[in-house]
Design a protein around this ligand. Sequence first.
Ligand SMILES: Nc1nc2c(ncn2[C@@H]2O[C@H](COP(=O)(O)OP(=O)(O)OP(=O)(O)O)[C@@H](O)[C@H]2O)c(=O)[nH]1
Ligand SMILES: [Mg+2]
Length: 342
Amino acid sequence: MFVDQVTVTLKAGKGGDGCVSFRREARVPKGGPDGGHGGNGGSIAFAADENISSLAYFRFYPITKAKNGGPGEGGNRTGKGGPEVCLGVPVGTVVKDADGGAVLADLAVHGQTYLAARGGRGGRGNASYATSTHQTPRESRPGRPGEEKQLYLELKLIADVGLVGFPNAGKSTLISQISAARPLIADYPFTTLAPNLGVVDIGEYRSFVVADIPGLIEGAHLGQGLGIRFLRHIERTKLLVHIVDVSPYSGRDPLEDYKVIMKELEAFSPEVAARPQILAANKVDLLGGDKSRLVRLKRLAARRKIPIFAVSALKREGLRPLVEAVARMLGDLAAKDGNKAA
Ligand SMILES: Nc1nc2c(ncn2[C@@H]2O[C@H](COP(=O)(O)OP(=O)(O)OP(=O)(O)O)[C@@H](O)[C@H]2O)c(=O)[nH]1
Ligand SMILES: [Mg+2]
């Protein structure tokens, strides 16, 4: 089950109470105070883990509690600390306030952690109150409560390239041909219900990550089809590969398709819509003698200065130049970014 948003409740452990105790031993009269501090309550943290791919765990376990700290003991013994609970989340998880407002943490790198709910401090034991003028202190402090929080976790996959297009355009077919990803492919719309990531190997130890997401249709931003919420998974990509079905069997006009998708992207986020794009005119194997649909799309691409590649994802035609162009553009963008940073 792919889950990319959940609300969780965290209850960190309470600190253990401080102890009041006096040393009592044969032949040691007035042994003095020896009550130890309470142990700290257990904290709860999130850790990004590349082996976890969704937030599904939290659907089943929305509440996490950490153990309380143990009470202090005589003989100056500090109570046992509550162990920290570390919750694994997929890389790309954003932690927000429960109302979806402020971003508290963005766990974008494997191993990155965020201390979300701090355990309460243990209370002081009476031994720590002893002074030269106050030698038999009877005071101690109770442990402090642990933090209790409701948080909203949102997964935003981290990919370099996002595939966008109408349902059935061939997005999943393309990712299956250029990477090891094996998503479901079928001749009906909305085959893909959850995003797929694929790593595309371009030799010399270089690679990039592609995200295949569910298809968009007109009105997706109003909730048509599967809506546009999946677009969040391409929010962090550097470039988009926009796949348009140019075969006559789509029953639509490729130029119209292009514009509809752009409108939906715009409605989701103008920044995403403005991201560098490469057009993939797909299913050219079905064109037959009449190339006009492809030619018109190529003209539109030329007018808008968008690189375009005619491909057949199914027949693996034209995929190499497409992948090379993507790799080149990613390289150029990284170089530009580097210049900006310098
Ligand atoms: N003839 C031909 N068929 C293709 C080509 N690419 C994809 N198809 C077919 O088109 C249908 C849809 O392909 P998918 O890859 O599932 O399309 P999608 O864009 O992932 O669709 P959704 O997941 O529903 O958004 C499948 O039957 C594919 O075999 C192509 O280049 N040529
Ligand atoms: Mg698909």
